[in-house]
Write a protein that binds this ligand. Structure first.
Ligand code: ADP
Ligand code: AMP
Length: 217
């Protein structure tokens, strides 16, 4: 039976950064809906082209295509023992679909970690985020810089800024989060699955909080 962990939080809260670390510590794959959309975009698939029209505006990709894409991913053999979900679910409808799906595959939702970060910090983190277009590794210009400026430590690629990290889109993404995703906090609270961590601390401190919650539950 697989054990699933959801990382919940606003754009820039640190979900991706922490998911990579939890994935290594807990031995579960990191599944990021945003990364999967970006892969599709790179390959110019039909799904990628559709997703781009929403991502560019900072809007959510429609639930039906997103849910299908994630289900397909979670059925791959590497998810047999569970997964760390980063960026999914993002609406109560997606959460309902996930819970139904987990019931079918006999997966257990071990915890939903809400990484709480004040709004002004989110903007500063997103505007300083640099990403490797090759491997997806995420850096921050001052909090988590690469060894050599502008170059990925892992594969030497030139880092870039995500187009949806531009200021106009960032504001919209945070608004969309408040409207459509933040109701999930109460949703999972009611199911007694929510744990909250202080995401305003340094990266190592946040990892420590998450690991102690994951191991204690
Ligand atoms: P999300 O996946 O929630 O959108 P990321 O993990 O991509 O967020 O983090 C957003 C930016 O903030 C990145 O540039 C990352 O390096 C940086 N970051 C993440 N966690 C922290 C932290 N605890 N303190 C400072 N910077 C952080
Ligand atoms: P992220 O990499 O998590 O910041 O996601 C980037 C963008 O991908 C979002 O702004 C959305 O347009 C889209 N996206 C990612 N995950 C989802 C999801 N679960 N539901 C709908 N859209 C999503």
């Amino acid at each position: 039976m697989g054990e699933f962990v959801i990382l919940l939080g606003a754009p820039g809260a640190g979900k991706g950064t922490q998911a990579v670390r939890l994935s290594a510590e807990l031995g579960l794959p990191h599944i990021s809906s945003g990364d999967i959309f970006r892969e599709h975009l790179k390959k110019k698939t039909q799904l990628g082209m559709l997703a781009q029209t929403f991502m560019d505006k900072g809007q959510l990709v429609p639930d039906d295509v997103t849910i299908e894409m994630i289900k397909e991913r979670l059925l791959k053999p590497d998810c047999a023992n569970g997964a760390i979900l980063d960026g999914f679910p993002r609406t109560p409808f997606q959460a309902d679909a996930l819970l139904e799906f987990l019931a079918v595959i006999h997966g257990k939702l071990q915890m939903v970690a809400y990484i709480k970060v004040p709004a002004h910090i989110l903007v500063e983190r997103l505007s300083g985020r640099w990403t490797c277009p090759q491997c997806g590794r995420v850096y921050h210009i001052s909090h988590n810089p690469p060894r050599e400026a502008g170059i990925c430590d892992d594969d030497g690629s030139t880092l870039h800024q995500r187009p949806d990290d531009l200021p106009e889109t960032v504001e919209n993404r945070i608004a969309v989060y408040h409207q459509q995703t933040s109701p999930l906090i109460e949703y999972f609270q009611k199911l007694a699955l929510l744990v909250e961590v202080d995401g305003s601390l340094g990266i190592d401190d946040v990892t420590e909080q998450l690991l102690s919650k994951a191991r204690g539950s």
